[in-house]
Write a protein that binds this ligand. Sequence first.
Ligand code: CUA
Length: 326
Amino acid sequence: MSGFSLGPEQASAGAKGVDTLFLGIVGLSVLIVVVVTGLIVAFAVRYRRGSTANRGEMPAVVSREFEVGWTAGALFLALFIFWFASSSQLQAITPPKNAMEIHVVAKQWMWKLQHPSGAREIDALHVPLGVPVKLIMTSQDTIHDFYVPAFRMKQDVLPGRYTQTWFTATKLGTFPLRCAEYCGTDHSAMGGEIVVMQPEDYARWTTAQPLAAVNLAGQGSQLYAGLGCAACHGAGAAAGIAAPGLKGLYGESVALADGRLVTADEDYLRQAIVSPEKVPVAGYPQSMPSYAKAVDEQGLVALIAYIRVLSAPTARSHAQQTAGAG
Ligand code: CUA
């Protein structure tokens, strides 16, 4: 970087749009401030006490057409800003289907990140250049906020649910990661860095990570076995123990006992594990206890990854072999 810059460098595909929106609204605000202040000063001088300026009736054209004109103009301008801002926001919350998924667990005061390969990082995230990356985030304690100024990306990270955001890095290098929600004593120190690498360097980095041997779904499969989930959810569950099957569940609609129809996404699956009594499935007795104490946030992420694998057509047979799940 050289010379003066109004903001951090633009290092993601969405950064330019955010800057255009921000500078556009600032420019417009400055324009309005100048016009209004100018009129206030001009009128104060022109109509000061003792001046001989005409204070009679206004010409009809000023009182009607002019009034209608500027009101309509301001309305369309406001609608345009609304459209511009919301289309930029909608784009920011809708990741492409093929995006690489990174799981983020925030806690006082660090960022724990996990790659699809199972590789884990703390306060650092390595990503490939030019590849859309989707972040699925939750918090172990209080509210945090995942903020990467160079990507113009900021998303609250909440306890008890998943929030998502995404980016495509467009520049190689290291960019600061911050927490943008006051979360306690060391909030200001809660940060890290995003390292953007060439895809082939990223692949090399991934394989060099110690935990890459067992991927996220594999860790989930081990948890599934360890917690004894198959006793009720597996194909070989004892007669009389009725629990919904997990195969093919992810992304499907689920009818709940109270009549609600929900989609089996990350948030639903998380809730079904930590507080199953809140989402009783229609046609089954509500007999599952909460697993909130048995599984931590990273464990939940792994379990959900495993349930997703059970629903992926290509991986189904393999997943069945490894866990005998139904
Ligand atoms: Cu975490 Cu502020």
